[in-house]
Ligand binder design. Sequence first.
Ligand code: CS2
Length: 493
Amino acid sequence: MSSSAIQDSPRLSASSLLFAHDAVARPGYERTRLQRGIVHLGLGAFHRAHQALYTDAVIAQGDLRWGILGVSLRDPRVSDVLARQDTLYSVTARHGDEARMRVVGALRGALFAPRDLGQVMAAIADPSVSIVTSTVTEKGYSQHPATADLDIDDADMRHDIAHPESPRTTLGVLAAGIRSRPTGSALTLVCCDNMAGNGDTLRRLLVQYADLFDARLARRIESDIGCPNSMVDRIVPAATPASLDWAAARLGLRDEAAIVCEPFTQWVIEDRFAGLRPAWEDAGALLTSDVRPYQAMKLRLLNGTHSALAYAGQLCGLDTVADAMAHPLTGRFARRLMLEDLHATVAPPPGYDVLAYCHDLLERFENPSLAHRTQQIAMDGTQKIPVRWLPALRESLAAGVERPQLERALASWLHYLATGRSDSGTTLVISDPGADALAARVRQAANDVDAANAALAHGPVFGTQPWPPAFAERLAGHLSTLRHGGMTALLAG
Ligand code: CS2
């Protein structure tokens, strides 16, 4: 199909779905009978390609209670696009020449919280909703980076504390909805963001927030609301004009919310629900009593290596993860970081072969059909690095073990933040609200040793415990190498 024909294809909707290409799987249930059992906060591509698909599979097995009301909190574009498509969208799992496309019907509505706040709060308050899932990114939980407690200095949080009935933040919206729920109606919040102890963190912050204006609500959240920890995994790059055109040609319809992602998917959830839940295990999720080993394995090995590829890729002018994996220096760096440094810090979850897991990960990163941009993963490093790299580094240094590749990764991130330029001089787009303060410390230092020490003393990222002087010296050495010879010098040898 020519590109103008692709642009002009009819738009995906409940009525046009009939005309989708035959190979496309579609909702195997009557959508008009779907009830609303889940509210989801953060309607980005990840949710739509992950939790929504597990739920879609449960619904397709005949349990029609679990339709999802999707809520965007920051940007109305996705909810508006979905609303125009009768909340239908396609997901294509793609690796190399293999591609499987399905149209997902699990969304029962798509709202934009700042505009549709009353409806959002009413849905969270509705006793027939027994689950609220969230993917609002690490920075979406109003957590103070230095203290890990509620960030009461944040402007939106200050607004919510003063006006809890018209909230702007994730915590504010959740608390306002829960406050209006009839007592005794069980609710579970399933946090699906990449944070260690994500459910515990959400509960703690929500209780701290509620305590500021309604102590009874805080006690109720503490005792009645389920907050299981969960580990989520699927590589889901942001859509691009090219991926939307590719999906339209395959679908035979224009889908402005189309997702192209990897085939792999994993969801491990603690079985600590307060009330009803979909039988997600029938769709492949693992329900377990302790998710921490799975979280540590995934956050360190997958996300840790991803972040390293992102900064190395940005500095070397490599646009995608697959490009960075294919590049001799950055590809070798990623393999060594994962297999030599990070692997050694991970305790295997029950029955897991962590080395096999690593090799699968490397193959997933090499997937040539995903345009997973290094710039996307490089975002919000000040939120991600303390979760992905620093626990492994701290533990190793405390045991007297050096992690040479991880230390290089850390230096490359600081260099990226401080210079804002690739090795060839291209200006990089850095998107991280917490970055300026850290970058300024490195930039203003008189020499590399001061720069390393100043960075490590930045509590919001590196914590308040001192770091070993010998480690700071090695970091300074890497910063100097980077200044003089860029990533090629850092990764050579
Ligand atoms: C990535 C993750 O953007 C990022 O920071 O590391 O989104 C990653 O793709 C997912 O966690 C994979 O499950």
